[in-house]
Design a protein around this ligand. Structure first.
Ligand code: ZN
Length: 314
């Protein structure tokens, strides 16, 4: 069974949470198995944070035609599909900003990939970016090297193991008892972009405490109850978004904090539909948790009614 495809029905269907690969962690420590799998594997090529693509799909290269590692590229094992075919990513770091046209970002291609591709791509991007940022040991400063198929970096001097890091952030759909939703606008966002509230979990905090704190900080809302909706990796570069909806007890006294959030707005379904249609309000992209939460609240006609432009935060 696939190790990370949720088999449990959750309230939200999240586009980047789909996955069909078995991560096969038991094979990571076996270099001969990794070499054998590379020879028959399907390889995702990642240049910086861009995927080699063919049309709207990933272009899988054949492991037998590639060297597994060289001066410029490193391989990381992603897992096995249902037929036992291994998948890897071959990552080349780069400083370039103008990419050849066959290389696309996950933001661009994310909505057109199938479940196997999206799961592999999210894993590939997250692991590659972590390796790129952890070339040195956090304890002694010496060089580290990839081991365990890319699941660990080991320090060459003090031999500390360093594990890939994921930064949890809660994302909250704030509601009132009349079933309106509250969206906010960050100062740094493109004009007219509104979204749900979100913030990183701080050391020593639970998800639930983070929900209470973030809603209070960003709009002065007092959360009365909350419900867990699901989670989705967000590898830009290393987040995991944990989604909640929360009803607040003081809808009439909320206001933007004026620091991070410059404007907030209560919306019922008709308000949202008309503001999106007139492009008075721009929603986050379809692959985001925020969009999934807003569409799930809106109901079955969301894809038909909410058809305005979508915006990224940067
Ligand atoms: Zn060290």
């Amino acid at each position: 069974m696939s190790s990370d495809s949720p088999q449990i029905a959750l309230p939200l269907l999240l586009p980047l949470s789909r996955s069909e690969l078995d991560r096969a962690a038991h094979l990571r420590g076996d270099d001969s198995a990794l070499n054998e799998m590379w020879q028959r594997g399907k390889i995702i090529e990642l240049l910086g944070d861009r995927f080699r693509c063919s049309g709207n799909s990933l272009e899988f290269l054949s492991g037998s035609s590639l060297s597994s590692t060289n001066e410029e590229a490193e391989r990381y094992f992603l897992g096995l599909d249902k037929s036992g075919t291994p998948y890897f990513v071959l990552h080349k770091s780069t400083e370039i900003t103008e990419f050849p046209k066959e290389y696309e970002s996950l933001r661009t291609i994310g909505k057109s990939l199938n479940s196997l591709e999206i799961g592999a791509a999210v894993h590939a991007l997250a692991i590659a970016q972590w390796h790129d940022a952890h070339r040195r040991c956090a304890k002694c400063g010496a060089k580290t090297r990839s081991t365990m198929g890319g699941a660990v970096r080991k320090c060459e001097v003090c031999e500390s193991d360093h594990h890939p890091r994921t930064d949890p952030a809660v994302i909250v759909l704030v509601k009132d008892k009349a079933d309106r939703i509250l969206l906010g606008r960050q100062k740094v966002w493109p004009a007219k972009r509104f979204s749900t509230f979100a913030g990183f979990v701080e050391p020593g905090e639970s998800f639930e405490s983070t929900v209470l704190r973030e809603v209070s900080e960003e709009c002065g809302g007092t959360v009365e109850n909350m419900r867990y909706l699901g989670s989705q990796p967000w590898p830009f570069p290393a987040s995991l978004m944990i989604a909640f909806e929360a009803t607040i007890s003081n809808p009439d006294s909320v206001k933007a904090d004026g620091q991070e959030i410059e404007e907030i707005i209560w919306l019922n379904r008709n308000d949202l539909k008309s503001k999106v249609a007139s492009e008075e309000l721009l929603l986050p992209p379809r692959i985001s948790v925020a969009r999934a939460m807003i569409e799930a609240w809106y109901g079955a006609d969301a894809r038909k009614d909410l058809v305005g432009s979508e915006t990224w935060r940067n």
